[in-house]
Design a protein around this ligand. Structure first.
Ligand code: BES
Ligand code: ZN
Length: 602
């Protein structure tokens, strides 16, 4: 069946319908002193039948382009190129002149120290004594370290040579080394075609520990033993995922634990998920995040959102899949807690964005905006909720067959919302008259908020939390509450369920009974600090300070800075803390916080 053309990507200058790239050979030297990557990228080109295009357009942002050559060699014949106007979000179009028969171009280039995808860490920002570098390419930052067609609708295979200082290990979203090489020269290969946002590189003092024949974990030496224990169930997760939706198509699945400034919880770089160390809680309580990134090996990395407007196809399926993996491993009551936590987050996000805002539609319109701004919880939780509603209507067996087929038939392809809806109607909805109306499909995709008729979500374990909250509010001492068997999810739900406006004395009672301020669990801390900030509960100030200056995970920090701003004189305190913490944050986080707090003067 011929695939219909996908919608145009408003976040890329590239025109892949004329000439597209299909293979990359990258050769980079990592310079920690200059904080640059330099070298060359050779792209193999494809022209659709009938195209005789003589111009290749790539995305670049803040790159220093030294030369562009026709063919495979950095010493080849120079060709003309032109850099378009610099858009603050999209960067520049790099227009390269081709001959009609040109099949490859080579670009010699260097990154600039402020490249938004790259975070260069000093030794103090790591768990060890050496510097560290990592990339974060999603959504449109690959272009800040690689001239590329930076659109999720364009896929390519790649090979890379990377030169690093001899005692550091480089890793990519590719076949990875497990040991240092004395010359600091490494070669990588990614044989499956991926979009540019899944290009990734990390370099640091890293060691590897296998977890099973095909899974393992990389981390700094001080972090590795704890990480290996935390992720002991990784192979079971991969097996559970395969049982649900078909074979894992990427060969190995490894994790890389980054230093705490990593701005996300996790990033699904193929073969090598990047994760924040804030999920190392010591009790495996936060590993649903790993199930999430693993699930992207199907939803996202195999079948990829065609543009960022279709982001829900990546994240909604992934959240649904994540919870199914967790259910298989730890049972329904456990997965139900995750579902309710997600649902509570969704209601909160809808309130925050505005219940009638088009940004609460599943199909987004992000043209003219930084995609990072519009990529909210909606895609994740409303997307998941649509699939849950479908499950409710057609039953698990039918939905699972549908999803498995969907991944199998569209492997290594991109998908936009319109094509997905066609496929959904054809395979699942149309055969049953009235089903689409019952589902209210259009309201989910093109309407705000949550359509009526979505099934309720509930958790039996959280019913006990609610009872405990009620008892405490009715005068039972905190220390008397039956909390002994609670996981961190119950604690987070408990903290979210506390009434607004608690006094410092009330928080002191809770803290004495449950030790929130000293918790080693980042989710608990992130739920606790907004209360302590609002109440002016000073005993938590030192822990809050440590959290803000050490952790760079945007999802945790945003509510904390907002809570600070909401207190009397909070703006000044927030700005002071931010000025101190900012050097430890990645550019994707500082963009958000500069907008919230104002950029501190250095
Ligand atoms: N792919 C996302 C992270 C992302 C999204 C980066 C958009 C840049 C732009 C990743 O899979 C993700 O969703 N991470 C979540 C964790 C997850 C358990 C919800 C995060 O980092 O919080
Ligand atoms: Zn995700």
């Amino acid at each position: 069946m011929p695939t219909p053309p996908l919608s145009a990507d408003p976040h890329s200058h590239a025109r892949p319908a004329e000439v597209s790239v299909h293979h990359l050979a990258l050769d980079l030297r990592v310079d920690f002193d200059a904080r640059t990557l330099s070298g060359h990228a050779t792209w193999q080109l494809s022209r659709p039948a009938g195209s005789s295009a003589t111009e290749l357009v790539l995305d670049v942002r803040h790159l220093h382009i030294e030369a562009v050559l026709l063919g495979n060699s950095p010493e080849g014949e120079p060709t003309e190129f032109e850099l378009g106007p610099d858009d603050a979000v999209l960067g520049q179009a790099l227009r390269i002149w081709l001959r009609p028969d040109t099949t490859a171009v080579t670009i010699r280039y260097q990154t600039t120290p402020g490249a938004a995808a790259l975070q260069w860490l000093s030794p103090e920002q790591t768990a060890g004594t050496r510097p560290f570098l990592f990339t974060q390419s999603q959504a449109i930052l690959a272009r800040t370290w690689l001239p590329c067609q930076d659109s999720p609708g364009v896929r390519f295979t790649y090979e890379a040579r990377v030169q690093v200082p001899a005692d550091l290990l480089p890793l990519m979203s590719a076949e990875n080394p497990q040991q240092l090489r004395s010359d600091g020269r490494y070669e990588f290969r990614m044989a499956q075609p991926i979009p540019a946002y899944l290009m990734a590189l990390a370099v640091g003092e890293l060691e590897f520990r296998p977890l099973s024949a095909r899974t393992g974990v990389y981390a700094e030496p001080a972090t590795l033993p704890g990480a290996a224990a935390e992720f002991a169930d990784l192979e079971q997760m991969v097996t559970a995922a395969e049982d649900l939706y078909g074979p894992y198509r990427w060969d190995r699945y490894d994790l890389l634990v980054l230093p705490p400034s990593f701005p996300f919880g996790g990033m699904e770089n193929p073969r090598l998920t990047f994760v924040t160390p804030t999920i190392l809680a010591g009790d495996q309580s936060l590993t649903s995040l790993v199930a999430h990134e693993l699930a992207h090996s199907w939803s996202g990395n195999l079948v990829t959102n065609a543009t960022w407007n279709d982001f829900w196809l990546n994240e909604g399926f992934t959240v649904y899949f994540e919870r199914r993996i967790m259910e298989k491993l730890y049972g329904r009551p456990y997965a139900d807690m995750l579902q309710v936590l997600g649902h509570t987050g969704l209601l909160h996000t809808i309130q925050e964005i505005g219940p009638t805002s088009p940004d609460t539609h599943l199909h987004l319109n992000l043209a003219g905006r930084d995609p990072d701004e519009g990529l909210t919880d909606i895609a994740y939780e409303k997307g998941d909720y649509l699939l849950l509603t479908l499950e409710h209507l057609v039953g698990r067996a039918r939905l699972d067959t549908f999803i498995k087929e969907y991944f199998a038939r569209h492997s290594f392809q991109s998908m936009d919302t319109a094509s997905f809806l066609d496929y959904l109607r054809r395979e699942l909805l149309d055969p049953e008259p009235g089903l689409e109306e019952k589902l209210q499909l259009d309201a989910w995709i093109n309407g705000p908020g949550i359509p009526a008729g979505a099934p309720p979500v509930a958790s039996e374990r959280f019913a006990a939390v609610k009872a405990a909250l009620r008892h405490w509010q009715n005068g039972t001492a905190a220390a008397e509450l039956p909390t002994a068997a609670w996981s961190s999810h119950e604690w987070v739900h408990f903290l979210h369920g506390l009434p607004a406006g608690l006094s410092a004395a009330q928080l002191a009672e809770l803290d004495a009974a449950f030790g929130f301020t000293d918790s080693g669990n980042a989710e608990i801390l992130a739920a606790w600090f907004p209360l302590t900030i609002a109440a002016g509960y000073a005993p938590a100030d030192a822990a809050l300070h440590r959290f803000l200056t050490r952790v760079g995970r945007r999802k945790f920090l945003t509510p904390l800075y907002k809570a600070l701003l909401a207190t009397p004189n909070g703006r000044e305190r927030a700005r002071r803390l931010y000025a101190e913490a900012r050097p430890n944050y990645h550019a994707v986080a500082t963009v958000t916080f500069d907008a919230l707090l104002g950029r501190p003067t250095e």
